[in-house]
Write a protein that binds this ligand. Structure first.
Ligand code: F6R
Length: 605
């Protein structure tokens, strides 16, 4: 979380820094700041609490000049979102922006306090500035001072340093957090991702973990974790693919929900040709004895749906864990097993650490990743892109359904490789899967009904989502989306678990959303729904027309989803989960695309 940018440019840099920060705002939006070096070599900074617009307003009344600068958009870890805690942090001649957590900052701060350097903020980052300033006070050059500081830091970081009096120098480093270098003509850039640099350059170097870089306008010198000079490739990125605009929609989320039929079509066309599944070499599941899936949040829920598919279609034993638990549990892994890591950003710190734990212990690591240049994409044996395109809204929608599409393809491949389905069976399932984009398109017609239902949900303090089988994780996703967007407390439950506790919560004020297509488990879920209604619970039943006509008596509202899609229908049922949360947030007036306290890319654990 937090986005950083650094520019040694040929124009006034403050507007460019703000433009780049706009593109990084998905990483954090508690506060923002920039520092520049003016024509006389003077370092100065401006910081503001809240959204980036407050910083740009500040820069209108208190402009900063200069062609060199660094900038930051913050997601608070240490210290509240105040101006004092906002980056850049400046001590002496050095200013620093940071993404990550310096784990040994308390120990460093004690040492600095003892040496007469008093902290001004509550942040871990300030320690980096203080330590570097101390090294410079002791006579080290800016580069030596930054290097000496880096050698003392523990934790995860991407850092950019700027020095008073040094208008043609920037030092940057990464360990655990992403950082790229951008190459221009007589201009150089560093940033948390290539999207931030897209307005300035399409020539990008992805730094490796432990690298630091000394940047001037003429170019960059990169050094590895052992301080040896190294050369890293320059990649040409597709700037068009980083275009970010709302395309006429009120929010990115509305646009991203509506894009799902198209991107699902793209992803299925990528992996399915005629009746053949096309995957990279070596993706043969016949000797795999177990699949271990690891992810966080919505990506975890995609894995949760896929667990049903892998087990039921392919008879493949499947473990699923949230990355933050997996990484410290030290689970034994079979060397004949595969590890599957699901992530939109490909940078989630816990998922990345889980991948690093599994590497060497399992036969193959697979990434199901939306950002193709991300750390998880680079560090897995096989990276499978989800091809959802740039997802800007912090809450995931199209990335989730595209993850499901890739996982569905993998489950079918596993089922076929393991002899659980023959060619005809595969063709039949693929026909169901190929129908999904059109069914999702029909499900988009539920927008208006969801907007009306949202008026009711927005009055509630708590909402319960129930589902069974692979619709249980869809219910969990409905609850997750609703809480993160509307701040209403919501819980998802396996409907069979209702009687084991949550039924105590049911009263006439509690909306209960039941996700139940007319499938083999329908009757069971409907029985649970009857138990809710017998206790005056207010039910919204989301089913197909058959389901609604069979079980619709006594419900408060029904929402019809299209029929079809076979076992892959959870992808279709994700749409009303998204729309209910979206419209409830709109009804409550919360910030849909940037909900409070959240960040799109969770690069700290
Ligand atoms: C919820 C949401 C998050 C992410 C989670 C993992 O709408 O978007 O729960 O799914 O933070 O992020 P990635 O997929 O980038 O690893």
């Amino acid at each position: 979380m937090c986005g950083i940018i650094g520019i040694l440019g040929s124009h006034q840099v403050a507007p460019q820094l703000v433009e780049a920060l706009k593109r990084l705002e998905y990483r954090g939006y508690d506060s923002a700041g920039v520092a520049t070096i003016d024509g006389e070599g003077r370092l100065d900074r401006r910081r503001a609490v809240g959204k980036l617009v407050h910083l740009s307003d500040r820069l209108v009344t208190e402009p900063l000049s200069g062609r060199s600068g660094i900038g930051h958009t913050r997601w608070a870890t240490h210290g509240a979102a105040t101006e004092i805690n906002a980056h850049p942090h400046r001590r002496g001649r050095v200013a620093v922006v940071h993404n990550g957590i310096i784990e040994n900052f308390r120990e460093l701060r004690e040492e600095l306090v003892a040496a007469g350097y008093a902290p001004e903020s509550d942040t871990d980052t300030e320690t980096v500035a203080m330590l570097t300033a101390k090294h410079m006070d002791e006579g080290k050059s800016p580069v030596e001072a930054a290097r000496a500081t880096l050698s003392r830091l523990q934790g995860a970081f991407a850092l950019a340093f700027l020095f008073d009096g040094e208008g043609d120098l920037m030092v940057a480093a990464r360990k655990g957090s992403p950082l790229v270098v951008g190459h221009g003509e007589g201009e150089m850039f560093v940033g948390s991702d290539a999207i931030a640099l897209a307005p300035f350059t399409d020539r990008i170097t992805y730094l490796e973990d432990g690298d630091h870089v000394v940047v001037t306008r003429e170019g960059s010198d990169i050094f590895d974790a052992d301080a040896n000079p190294v050369s890293r490739d320059i990649a040409q990125i597709d700037v068009g693919a980083t275009a970010i605009d709302k395309g006429g929609y009120r929010h990115f989320m509305a646009k991203e929900i509506a894009e799902q039929p198209a991107v699902l079509g793209d992803v299925l066309n990528h992996y399915v040709k005629d009746d053949r599944i096309v995957l990279p070499d070596g993706m043969d599941f016949s000797t795999v004895d177990r699949l271990t899936m690891v992810a966080c949040g919505t990506a975890y829920l995609a894995g949760h749906v896929a667990k049903y598919w892998f087990e039921q279609l392919a008879g493949l034993p499947c473990d699923l864990d949230v990355a933050s638990e997996f990484r410290y549990r030290e689970p034994p892994l079979s060397e004949k097993s595969w590890g599957l890591f699901i992530s939109q950003s490909g940078e989630t710190a816990d998922t990345l650490a889980a991948l690093h734990y599994a590497r060497g212990k399992v036969a193959r690591t697979i990434g199901v990743v939306n950002v193709g240049t991300s750390a998880i994409a680079r560090d897995t044996d096989t990276a499978l892109p989800t091809l959802a395109g740039v997802e800007v809204c912090v809450a995931s929608s199209k990335a989730f359904t595209c993850q499901l599409a890739v996982l569905a393809v993998l489950a079918l491949k596993a089922a076929h490789d393991r002899g659980c389905i023959d060619d005809a069976g595969l063709a039949a399932h693929l026909a169901d899967l190929r129908a999904i984009p059109a069914l999702v398109n029909q499900a988009l017609n539920s927008a208006e009904a969801c907007a009306e239902l949202a008026e009711w949900l927005s009055e509630a303090d708590d909402v319960l989502f129930l589902g069974r089988g692979p619709l249980y994780p869809v219910a969990l996703e409905g609850a997750l989306k609703l809480k993160e967007l509307s701040y209403i407390h919501a819980e998802g439950y396996a409907s069979g678990e209702l009687k084991h506790g949550p039924i105590a919560l049911i009263d006439q004020n509690m909306p209960v959303v039941v996700v139940a297509p007319r499938d083999a488990l329908f009757e069971k879920t409907v029985s649970n729904m009857q138990e809710v209604m017998a206790r005056h619970g207010q039910v919204l039943l989301i089913s197909d027309n058959d389901g609604l006509s069979e079980a619709g008596d006594g419900i408060r509202a029904g929402l019809a989803m299209p029929e079809g899609g076979g076992v892959f229908r959870p992808i279709v049922y994700a749409v009303p989960m998204q729309y209910l949360a979206y419209y409830t947030a709109v009804a409550k007036g919360t910030d849909v695309d940037q909900p409070r306290n959240l960040a799109k890319s969770v690069t700290v654990e």
